[in-house]
Design a protein around this ligand. Sequence first.
Ligand code: GLN
Length: 456
Amino acid sequence: MSGAPHGGSALAAVEAALSALGDDPCHAFLEVDHDGARRRATALDAGPALPLRGHVLAVKDNLAVAGLRCTAGSRLLADYVPGHTATAVERLVAQGAVILGKTNLDEFGMGSSTEASAFGPTLNPRALDRIPGGSSGGSAAAVAAGVCRLALGSDTGGSIRQPAAYCGVVGLKPTWGAVSRFGLVAYASSLDTVGPMAPTVAEAMAAFRAMRGPDPRDATARERPLGSGPSAPASIKGLRVGVAEGWAAAAGLHPGVREAVARAADRLASAGADVRAVALPEPDAALAAYYVLAPAEASSNLARYDGVRYGARVPAPDLLGMYERTRSAGFGPEVRRRVLLGTFTLSAGYKDAYYGRAQGVRAAVRAAFLQCLAGVDVVLAPTVPGPAPRLGELTDPVQLYLLDVFTIGPSLAGLPALHVPTGAADGLPVGVQLLGAPFAEETLALAGEILERGGP
Ligand code: GLN
């Protein structure tokens, strides 16, 4: 893989990234900040050495970077330039990372293929006729194409792990609350997380460690509670690994993914882990609950795009008409579908039947995950049902929702989850998902590093 060298000159890294990018044949980026990246790299090279100097960073375009457009993949925000920078980005920049540009995504993070971007789809660099996954498809593609070795994504129900899986890169969805969401365009706040994508577990973890922790600008960002969080085991020896047998045997799972899970279990066992079968909650119930809860939260979060405070405005003779025209012209079909659905499930008379019930399912799913994780340190599961589908292949929104069947449960439970690529099936990347108790990212990394080294 080409791309940016590490630890050396920041300017050399930026030039290498720009030449690897070329004219961006996969359309990974919505904006490339050539001049800004070169300027900042030159300044870094003249200053003291910083831990992330030489790291070129691609930022999903729903994370604010002061002075760069932040579209969230939406026409409504096509010209929105924030004056603030997301805390996660700011912390990487403070350690010497250089922002190369902003990457493509499904509008407001709502989608599984990056085909729902208002600015056209991203192609999968591993196979140009395939989707890169979504919603962080541009970030995954930027890493997979060898443009940069670090990209930020957001994961509400799978948007870091699923594109990482389709593009064959590492993706970490942190524990909910482990990384500040200040500066993230909100989708479903009780689920939204910000996390890294990289070619290796070590690089993803270096970024996570730099970003994590409390932030005065996001009251939900926190350290793990003192004394009660999991401590990272020093070695794989004796690590208790549960294999999500029901999930791995699920009907419709591609044999290549099933085999990836089985091989990963063998690999961890031969490295000394104590591997056993575990039962996780039915993924279908989680999926159904998510597609009630996430649109409900989205309908509320997206109420702010009213033509007054942010982004585009389509004038009309009266205020209500202005709201209607602005939102109708600004939002794409998937976002409109979610806003309608969410508004319906929250409306008087239906709230208890839909939103309330989905909250009940979420609580049960979370309890079941936590109970399972009380008995093991790591759970090994599939990330996605199969290798990347073709662009344009999935036309029914429900087919796209089903791509999240294994990523959504851990999101509802607020757990950390790490996708590690382990090989190929049908010439396309496959890998596995590692799940842990809240704040067990270091434990996931320990197992993930064993898996990426390959072997039996
Ligand atoms: N595909 C899921 C959705 O559309 C998850 C997206 C995400 O994690 N942002 O909601």
